[in-house]
Design a protein around this ligand. Structure first.
Ligand code: AMP
Length: 181
């Protein structure tokens, strides 16, 4: 399957290590370089701002999707190709899902995990067949990956569903990565 847009979930903070911002910038640039549209939460703060600025700086198209209630707290990015304002978090998630052909999470907190895991559970339910990937910068997600392997061993996560979430250290060409899958 070839893809045209990638949804990126990531922290609204920068995180403790500069490697997180480097990973966010590299992904934003790679998405633009591959001619893909970046779909993300629309914020200018934290890694969210970094990924958007990198994609815009590389000449890419960036669509932000932000609920009205977060526009002040997360400072809606002023220079996106398009900013979609929603009335609720649920509407935001649905809109991001609709606009995207693949879902990727960079390092982040519970918002990042909530969003990626919801898309993964939708794949489990057969609501879509779009690929999901976790970028494990510097092993940031190692404990979660261990937990997911335990959940698989213990019979709570089917191996076929576990395989839908691909864990990678970086994603130099999102287009090639998702087209091969
Ligand atoms: P975090 O990873 O916690 O820094 O959150 C990253 C982003 O995810 C936040 O800035 C919000 O835009 C978004 N977010 C947080 N919680 C939720 C949620 N429950 N549903 C959808 N998006 C969320």
């Amino acid at each position: 399957m070839s893809i045209r847009s990638v949804c990126v979930y990531c922290g609204s903070q920068m995180g403790a290590s500069p490697s997180y911002a480097r990973a966010a910038a590299a992904l934003g640039e790679a998405i633009a370089r591959d001619g893909l549209t970046l779909v993300y939460g629309g914020a200018s703060v934290g890694l969210m701002g970094v990924v958007a600025n990198a994609a815009l700086g590389a000449g890419g198209q960036v669509i932000g999707v932000m609920p009205r209630i977060l526009m002040r707290r997360e400072l809606a990015h002023p220079a996106l190709t398009e900013l979609v304002v929603t009335e609720s978090m649920q509407e935001r998630k649905a809109k991001m899902a609709e606009l995207s052909d693949a879902f990727v999470a960079l390092p982040g907190g519970i918002g990042t995990l909530d969003e990626l895991f919801e898309m993964w559970t939708w794949a489990q339910l057969g609501l879509h067949a779009k690929p999901c990937a976790l970028i494990n910068t510097d092993g940031y997600y190692d404990e979660i990956v261990n937990f997911l392997d335990r959940a698989t061993r213990d019979g709570f996560l089917r191996p076929a569903i576990r395989a839908l979430l691909r864990v990678v250290p970086q994603l130099p060409s999102p287009s090639a990565f998702f087209t091969d899958s």
